[in-house]
Every structure is written in C-alpha cells, then in structure tokens.
Design a protein around this ligand. Structure first.
Ligand code: NZQ
Ligand code: ZN
Length: 410
C-alpha cells in the first residue's frame, strides 16, 4: 500500500427529512446565499424545504448555474457575494451547482489577481474561502464530499444583463447554450463542503437520463482509482469492488424502478463514497479517461458521463497490458469471469462494461455524436494546451495513446 494522509471534514446528513436540520449547521448570524441551477430544485420542492429550514434567517438567492458551470456566471455570483457581504453559501443541486459554489467560495476571497488563475493553478494558492454547505439533488460526482471542482469557460466574452432580480434575489438572466471551449479542474482542502445533506427524496424528480449519468460517473470514478496496478491495498480494492457491485445491483434497480427509495438511497451513498477520498487513499490513480472526457465536453458539448462511456472502454482496451493484473481482478471479482486465456477474460470484461453502459442508454462510440477520425487531433491539441501530455497512473499516457484510445472508440 502507498503512504497516505486522509481527512474528510464534510459532515453528512443522510436520509429523509434531513434538510430540516441545516439551520443547525449554519451560524445564526450568517448572511446566506443559496446557489442553484436552472430551477429543478424549485420544481421539486427542495428549495421550499430549504427555505422553511432557514425561516427567519438572512437569505438571498442566486440561480442560473449551468450544467458544466460557466466562469462568467460564477463571477456574477462572486459580485453578489461581495455586494451583499455574504458569509455563508448554500449550494442546492447537482455537481455543477456544488462545483460552481466551490469556485465562488474561493474566488470571492481570491487576492492574487484574475480568479481564472485558480483553475490554471489547479487550486494552489487558495488560502480562504467563504464557508459553504450543500444539499445534493443528483447522485453522481461526489462533489458533495470532496475538495474538487470542474469549471468551464465559454470561448467568448459574454455581455450578460446586470445581475439583479426580484425580491432581493439574483440570477444569471439567461442560460448559455454555447459550447464550452475550456473545462478545467481545481482541488484544495479549503473547498470541502462543511456539510452535505443527502436526502434521496430530492432525487425522485430526476429524469432517467440523469440517473444513468450518475451511475456511469460513479462507476468510472471507482475505476479511475482501482484499475491501475496492484499495490496490495486489499481493503481499498474490496471497497472499490463493493461500490461497483452495488452500482450494478442497486444502481440498475434505481434506473429501472425510479420510485424505489432503497435502491436510490444506495445509489446516492455509492456515488458519494466513490469520490470522497476513501477508496483512493494509498493507491495509484489514473484519471486519464476523465481528462480526455473533459476535452470532449469542452469541444463537442457531450455530457460528462457520455464522455466516460466512450473513453473508458477504449482506455481498458488500449492499455490492457499495463493494467493486466487489475483487469483480471476486475473481470473475476466484479463480473465473475475467469479462464486460462487472459486476453479473452479481459476482452469479456471490457464487453461486459460496454454492455452495462449501453443498457443505461449510453452510446459508447464517437460516431454516435458525429465526431469523426479527422477531429481526433483537435482533441489531442486541447490536451496538449492543458498540459495533459503524460497522464495516467504512470504518467505514460501520451497524446499518441490518447489518440489511439479515441480511435478505438470511433
Ligand atoms: O440546473 P438544474 O435545474 O438543477 O437541473 C440539473 C441539470 O440540468 C438537473 N438536476 C439536478 N438535480 C435534479 C435535476 N433535475 C431534476 N431533479 C433533480 N433532483 O440535472 C442536470 C445536470 O446537473 P449537473 O449538476 O450538471 O450534473 P452532475 O451532478 O452530473 O454534475 C456534472 C458536473 O460535475 C463535474 C462534471 O465535469 C460536470 O461539470 N464533475 C465534478 C467532479 C467533482 N467535483 O469531484 C468529478 C466528476 O468527475 C465531474 O467531472
Ligand atoms: Zn466524473
């Protein structure tokens, strides 16, 4: 096992009715900004529950955070935080709203010039943040209990209407439909949420597509931390396998029976545990499929999980020699596949993975999104621009290998 340090400061409040407790988690004199997305939390009643829990408190709102949260919108929120002297942020939504809130929290206290540098520096230099908590409504990213955020920036100067709204509330006035040209991540221990409410009831309004997104994203988070090379981290391996097996069981059940509470609760906890640092402690990590996937989102607008369903099987196939030991373990323990012919076992595990993604409605080929072979160099060029020239657990995934993975997925 590799050496590691592990600390996760996020307090989890899991289950039905837990939103009612949030006022105990927020200082009584706080000036609170609720941050949300396109309105799903208003439609499904989560906003009402939060407001009821915060009755009598000093609360204003900022809505309009997009999926793949956009820098320009987030900077509008930063202006509101400063103008209204906000002292606590409450994110209500999926990974995009929570990631966006992490950026707002950091950017509002950033004193080193252009806040986009937070992304270029990958989070280094963040000293203070506005404290924040979250109410998760989409089990997928793990952002609710981790220190990572992924922020996008559209390739243009947006002149947005002034950030003013009715009843003292704010919002990005229009959703942006432009395709992001940059999608970068940052990490810093300061941006762990102080608390995360995980009430599966808030997720029953999710369309099936988003449930599927969550299952695939969580599964791929486990794979990025598991499917590398053995370091005798037996407990981490078993944790990882148990999350994958639970996703194959309760995740699929939750997709097929969207009104079932227990499977949804299990899916929700799986997604959180998949990326809260626990299974990744003391093990090598890959993350190359995510890096390639972020460029596909930035360039072509694919949803995050759509990119992973394409890239991950290609990664398994192209890098099967360096991942051989773990691929065989994955085949045996997750899919129950064994045999003397190791290549065949690995191929069957890859086929099972593809069939799993496809059973959730995902395409696993670039052609499904009309992305052609001649565009692959463009993807490699953006990876180069972002310094992603030697990624993966060994740092050996070169641009050539990235291109090979993408060609495998044509
Ligand atoms: O904007 P609203 O109206 O809330 O609608 C959202 C959005 O349209 C909707 N939604 C959320 N909860 C709902 C709901 N609709 C109905 N009922 C509900 N209960 O779902 C849509 C997608 O939401 P989004 O937050 O974008 O999805 P997700 O949670 O998958 O987050 C994706 C973002 O997280 C990043 C991704 O790259 C992407 O930008 N990631 C963040 C990570 C992290 N912080 O650790 C790791 C991940 O690998 C990932 O990269
Ligand atoms: Zn992901």
């Amino acid at each position: 096992m590799l050496n590691f340090e592990y600390q996760n400061p996020t307090k989890v409040l899991f289950g039905k009715g837990q939103i009612a407790k949030i006022s105990h988690e927020i200082p009584s004199d706080a000036r609170i900004l609720i941050i949300y997305g396109g309105g799903s939390i208003i439609a499904n009643g989560t906003m009402d529950l939060a407001k009821r829990a915060l009755a009598g408190r000093n609360v204003i709102e900022f809505g309009g955070i997009e999926p793949n949260p956009d820098y320009e919108t987030l900077m509008q929120a930063v202006a509101v935080v400063k103008k209204e002297q906000i002292t606590f942020l409450l994110a209500i939504g999926g990974g995009s709203v929570i990631d966006g809130t992490k950026f707002i929290a950091a950017a509002a206290c950033w004193e080193l010039g252009d806040p986009w540098e937070i992304l270029h520096n990958k989070g280094k230099g963040i000293r203070n943040v506005i404290p924040f908590g979250c109410i998760l409504t989409l089990p997928a990213t793990g952002s609710e209990m981790n220190q990572h955020a992924v922020i996008s920036r559209k390739n243009r100067q947006i002149s947005l209407p002034s950030a003013s709204g009715s009843q003292g509330n704010y919002g990005a006035m229009a959703m942006h439909s432009q395709i992001a040209k940059e999608k970068l991540s940052f990490s810093n221990d300061q941006v762990f949420p102080q608390f995360a409410v995980l009430d599966p009831m808030t997720t029953f309004s999710l369309p099936k597509l988003q449930i599927a997104n969550g299952i695939v994203d969580a599964f791929c988070h486990v794979i990025e931390q598991y499917l590398t090379y053995p370091v005798n981290a037996n407990l981490q391996d078993r944790f990882a396998e148990s999350i994958m097996l639970t996703l194959l069981d309760d995740g699929i059940k939750s997709y097929q029976q969207p009104d079932d509470y227990d499977s949804r609760a299990n899916l929700m906890w799986c997604a959180t545990m998949a990326l809260n640092g626990l299974i990744g402690s003391g093990v090598p990590q890959d993350w190359s499929s995510h890096a390639i996937g972020h460029e596909l989102t930035a360039l072509f607008g694919l949803a995050h999980a759509e990119t992973l369903a394409i890239v991950l099987p290609g990664t398994m196939a192209v890098r099967k020699d360096e991942k051989k030991a773990k691929l065989l373990q994955y085949a045996k323990r997750v899919w129950g596949i064994q045999g003397k012919n190791e290549d065949l076992v690995i191929q069957q595990a890859i086929d099972k993975t593809i069939a799993f993604f496809e059973s959730l409605g995902f395409a696993t080929h670039l052609s499904a999104y009309n992305i052609k072979e001649e565009q692959i160099p463009d993807i490699a060029a953006t990876l180069l621009k972002h310094g992603m020239t030697g990624i993966g657990e060994h740092g050996t995934v070169t641009l050539d290998i990235c291109e090979e993975i993408l060609r495998k997925a044509l």
